[in-house]
Design a protein around this ligand. Structure first.
Ligand SMILES: [Zn+2]
Length: 892
């Protein structure tokens, strides 16, 4: 039935010889760190003091002479620590930083090793100690220390808010020593890495506190039965949700009397970190499932948590156990952490909302981070990618390709929506298109264009591509094997890849390398699709070009006239693939990977015939299909005194709202019987590299006609560059051929051709974005200055807003965030001094932001005129040359 050489996937990814030899056969070892911590909370002064004993076993083949501890809270000791600087990337840091009231720190008071006092040095968040005697392979050392911590107001992952304490990264923690040696990394953007061991933690704190922690309570009362969960209960102080009541739950009313304290002891085994949360307000719900306890700790004013979080936690754990294997701990807690987002700790998730995706993400981290402990900073994709993939996988399984329940609310149900994977793919594809994609395996603190996209979206897309490559069955086995075999161990890319190769029987070295360690793009195109009649059925000659560097196995979908679809798989490595396929029924179309598991960055040419789609161009319609060129129509009409009623149609077109965008607009005046038109084209301008674009327009409208061409390029080091620059060259032609539309005496007939150059700097911080622009325009050949002067003095202020050409192109301008500027040669004085000019800046300059807009025009020839505008800017000068300066700013 199908002719042609079709290379099966199994053949494509040759059977590995070396793959089985790798993996666990490499001698794996890991250090062991067992902690006993006795900590005491001074809730009045936000101080935590404690004594810590670490029993450290050197399982490495190396003799250790030094030792390191993390003192994470020290990242908040200064105004601008490395961590703070990472978070303020893309902003002017001298302006901002950590105020004194927000700071915290962790001091180690005394440190002994096997009873001997040890000298140590502290550099930021790293304590370095020299061991009095070398720690031999297989030997054990006991470290004793006392510490004091200043707890800061809740920031990032840790701190206090009202009476609640979220205690994460709060104790001196052993730095990992693994096959790559010590990891004495300063606390920066990104997360953590820890040694497995047992924790025995005793916390002394006011009796009224309810405590949630990694581990299970072994002594003392954690207060779980203190507050009865109330369904839909009001905030105890009648306050807004999220605000902590000052003295709920029986605070110490008599300051003279010392507050009653209690000590709660928790134990956890086979974990690599320990976190705890305490609040007098926590409501606790729990259930037993599969022999372990699932718990929800929430504040009574967060009504969404009541019942919901526990139900969602249960559902998440059921799904995780099915897809990743048995949960190996006796308990898991979801804690309302009173901040945005969520954060994972062994057996405990601190969540900012009851969102089901968040619950599943953080609980999935119990596997991908908790049980399989990767270095989260150097390989953030390894835990975040899996945790997010779990969410997408789950949502797709439950709700189908759109990833959401069908009860869409008005008015969004009017429009088509992206399928979930298409929408996710776009965020990464867009970064590729504009040239700011980064390697998925980039260490967290080295990301320049945002830590959020590549590990959180790019890595799940990589896992989806892996699943497509190895097949569904093998993928499921891979996940189970990975979790089971690497349980309570450190993992890295090699560990995961060797299991993938072993299970799938495929060599995946190149696959991993391309996806994780390069920014290569995947881009295939069908360049030929010819169907001929053959003696038996039909033959389709197909040619595919590989335009991108990333190589993937391809799935070809042929749709046949009889309604059937035939899927073929092809080797995607050659530059050109030419093949013939025979079918019983006539093939009518061919598509390369219609579900885009390969993350093709330009899918318009993945189809033959090319696809077109039509939509109504109305607000809120954000559906831009990734597989077709879209046309959007909008009927338009309005009235003016000359044309009478006007009616027409606007057509906008473009691929993915990015490539080859057009606007065509026609309007007919019923009284004047005249037709106006507007046409524009905009697209990336690849000849000038990334961030370059070309824009052209033509119009005939209400007594004026014109045309413009502009080529611009942005220079920036990253998407967060606080000083992005844009340079643009333009030529504009404008002519007035009918003055009946304007105020009498304001304009006279004439023609102007202007060449201009514009330089724009865009200073921005996390709070505001600005545009500072310098422009120079000069009238060129063919400009007509031989008509009479307007009597109006230079610099007088009048309103011409209603006739500004930009008023009609407003929505286009604002849609592209382009500032359109037009200059008009207005008149020339009879004495030969140059004409007055009116420059009107497009409404996009005032833009959606509409905060400050100042436009100043100066004339180097004779005078300087300036106009400050509020709504539609205009300025005037008396020269064929105009230079202008403008500054606008908006809050981001
Ligand atoms: Zn995460």
């Amino acid at each position: 039935m199908i002719a042609g050489l079709i290379i099966s996937l199994a053949a494509l990814v040759a059977t590995p010889g070396a793959a089985q030899a790798q993996g666990d056969s490499v001698q794996y070892w890991q250090q062991e760190a067992n902690y006993t911590i006795k900590a005491s909370l001074d809730a009045e002064n936000h101080l935590l003091s404690g004594a810590e004993t670490i029993l450290y076993k050197n399982n490495s083949p190396d003799t250790l002479g030094i030792f390191y501890l993390h003192l994470y809270p020290n990242a908040f000791r200064d105004k601008a620590s490395p961590l703070i600087r990472d978070y303020l990337q893309g902003t002017w840091r001298f302006l901002v930083g950590l105020p004194k009231s927000m700071r915290g720190w962790l001091d180690v008071k005394e440190l002994t090793i096997d009873g001997a006092a040890v000298q140590f040095t502290v550099d930021g968040t790293i304590l370095k100690a020299s061991l009095p005697k070398p720690l031999l392979p297989g030997a054990t050392a006991t470290f004793d220390l006392t510490f004091e911590e200043k707890i800061m107001p809740l920031l990032g992952r840790s701190g206090y808010s009202g009476e609640q304490y979220n205690m994460a990264q709060w104790y001196p923690k052993v730095v990992v020593y693994d096959q790559n040696g010590w990891h004495p990394d300063q606390y920066r953007m990104g997360e953590f890495y820890g040694e497995f061991g047992a924790f025995d933690v005793s916390i002394t704190l006011p009796e009224r506190y309810v405590v949630a922690a990694t581990g299970t309570p072994v002594a003392g009362d954690p207060g779980w039965t203190k507050n009865t969960p109330r369904r839909g209960g009001a905030h105890p102080g009648g306050k807004r949700p999220g605000a902590a009541p000052a003295a709920a739950g029986g605070a110490n009313d008599d300051p003279a009397k010392p507050e009653a304290l209690k000590t709660v002891q928790f134990r956890a085994e086979n974990v690599h970190d320990f976190a705890w949360c305490a609040s007098p307000n926590f409501m606790v719900q729990d259930t037993l499932y599969n022999g372990y306890r699932i718990m929800s700790f929430f504040n009574p004013w967060n009504r969404a948590w009541t019942d919901t979080t526990l139900a969602r936690g249960l559902r998440a754990m059921q799904w995780l156990e099915t897809n990743a294997g048995p949960y190996p701990y006796p308990q898991v807690s979801i804690v309302d952490c009173m901040m945005r987002g969520g954060m994972e700790y062994p057996m405990l998730a601190m969540n900012g909302s009851a969102d089901e995706g968040l619950v599943l993400h953080e609980l999935a981290h119990n596997y991908f981070y908790g049980v399989l402990a990767n270095d989260e900073r150097t390989e953030a994709w390894l835990d975040e990618g899996f945790a997010n993939y779990a969410v997408f996988w789950n949502v797709e399984e439950r709700f189908g390709p759109f990833g959401k329940p069908d009860n869409r609310s008005f008015p969004f149900s009017l429009f088509r929506e992206q399928r979930m994977w298409d929408a996710l793919g776009k965020s990464v594809i867009n970064l590729h298109r504009i040239g700011y994609a980064e390697r998925i395996a980039t260490p967290a603190h080295e990301f320049k264009n945002g830590f959020s996209t590549m590990p959180y979206v790019g890595a799940p897309l990589f896992l989806r591509a892996l699943r497509y490559t190895v097949g569904d069955e093998a993928f499921r086995t891979i996940i189970h094997t990975y979790v089971e075999r690497r349980r309570f161990k450190h993992v890295d890319e090699d560990a995961f890849r060797s299991i993938c190769e072993e299970v799938s029987g495929a060599h995946l070295d190149d696959f991993f390398k391309q996806w994780l360690h390069t920014t290569k793009q995947c881009d295939y195109a069908i360049s030929r699709f010819k169907v001929k009649r053959a003696t038996e059925g039909f033959v389709a000659d197909l040619r595919i070009e590989r335009k991108g560097e990333l190589m993937m196995p391809l799935a070809l979908a042929f749709r046949l006239k009889n309604g059937n679809t035939v899927i073929e798989r092809l080797d995607g490595t050659p530059r050109t693939i030419a093949k013939s396929f025979t079918f019983d029924s006539k093939p009518v179309s061919a598509a390369i990977n219609p579900d885009n598991e390969i993350l093709d960055v330009y899918r318009l040419d993945n189809y033959h015939p090319r696809r077109r789609s039509i939509a109504l161009d109305v607000p809120f319609n954000g559906y831009y299909p990734g597989d077709s060129y879209q046309y959007r129509f909008l009927p338009i009409g309005y009235y003016n005194e000359v044309d009478g009623g006007k009616a027409g149609l606007r057509l906008r077109g473009g691929y993915d709202n990015y490539y080859r965008k057009i606007i065509l607009q026609g309007l007919y005046g019923f009284e004047s019987k005249k037709t106006d038109y507007y046409a524009a084209y905009e697209s990336p301008f690849g000849y000038l590299g990334k961030d370059a674009s070309i824009f052209a327009e033509m119009f005939q409208r209400e007594g004026r006609q014109g045309a413009a061409l502009e080529i611009g390029k942005i220079r920036r080091t990253s998407l967060f560059d606080p000083l992005a620059k844009r340079l643009a060259f333009s030529v504009r032609y404008h002519e007035i051929n009918d003055t009946t539309y304007v105020f009498p005496g304001t304009y006279q007939m004439g023609r102007d051709i202007v060449g201009g150059i514009r330089f724009e700097i865009n200073p921005k911080t996390d709070v505001f974005a600005s545009a500072l622009s310098l422009a120079y325009d000069r009238s060129l050949w063919g400009s007509n200055f031989n008509f009479e002067s307007s009597p109006r003095p230079c610099g007088s202020r009048r309103r011409y807003g209603s006739i500004s050409p930009s008023s009609r192109t407003c929505d286009y301008s604002s849609a592209t965030r382009r500032t359109t500027r037009r200059s008009r040669n207005d008149s020339v004085s009879p004495a030969g001094t140059r004409s007055r000019r009116i420059a009107s800046s497009g409404c996009a300059a005032l833009g959606p932001s509409r905060l400050i807009s100042t436009t100043t025009s100066t004339s180097p020839a004779t005078r300087t005129c300036a106009a400050i505008t509020t709504e539609r800017s205009r300025s005037s000068a008396c020269s064929p040359q105009t230079s202008s300066f403008s500054f606008r700013s908006r809050f981001r």
